[in-house]
Write a protein that binds this ligand. Structure first.
Ligand code: SF4
Ligand code: SF4
Length: 134
């Protein structure tokens, strides 16, 4: 592979979630896969039917987490995710999303929304790719 064809984050990136809840308090779509659904229901100790009925919405393309009246995620309590150990893969892979990793500029732009970006431990290129592909 030519060196200039490699991603700009080849040497890794710093990220550490400080669990401020900021990314969970804004309007957004969180998709729930069947595996997410199974894991979250098990974590909460409820049936998948109850989880779907109380916390999820079904649309043409699958399931997503409901939003509160103020647009925050329904799983958020204060600034804490109540299902953090079992949170959806979409949440786990943040901020290593293709659109955020598109360029150094988009990464830094996202840092204005997420205080965990560019701080804390260094994630290697391999770890980032693994997170992205999960
Ligand atoms: S905004 Fe960043 S630091 Fe805050 S909870 Fe979300 S991922 Fe973690
Ligand atoms: S599931 Fe948890 S981590 Fe994901 S958006 Fe909701 S509160 Fe945030």
């Amino acid at each position: 592979m030519r060196r200039d064809a490699e991603p700009w984050y080849r040497e890794g990136l710093r990220f550490e979630c400080i669990r401020c809840g900021r990314c969970c308090s804004v309007q957004g779509i969180v998709w729930i896969s069947p595996e997410d659904c199974r894991r979250i229901a098990e974590f909460l100790g409820v049936s998948q039917d109850l989880l779907i009925r109380e916390y999820l919405l079904e649309c043409e393309y699958g399931f997503l987490i409901r939003e509160r009246m103020d647009m925050g995620c329904v799983m958020l309590d204060g600034d804490r995710c109540t299902i953090y150990p079992a949170r959806p893969l979409q949440c786990r892979s943040y901020p290593f999303w293709p659109e955020i990793l598109r360029s150094r500029e988009s990464w830094l732009s996202e840092a204005s929304r997420c205080p965990g970006i560019d701080r804390g431990r260094l994630w290697s290129f391999r770890e980032i790719r693994e997170r992205m592909l999960r």
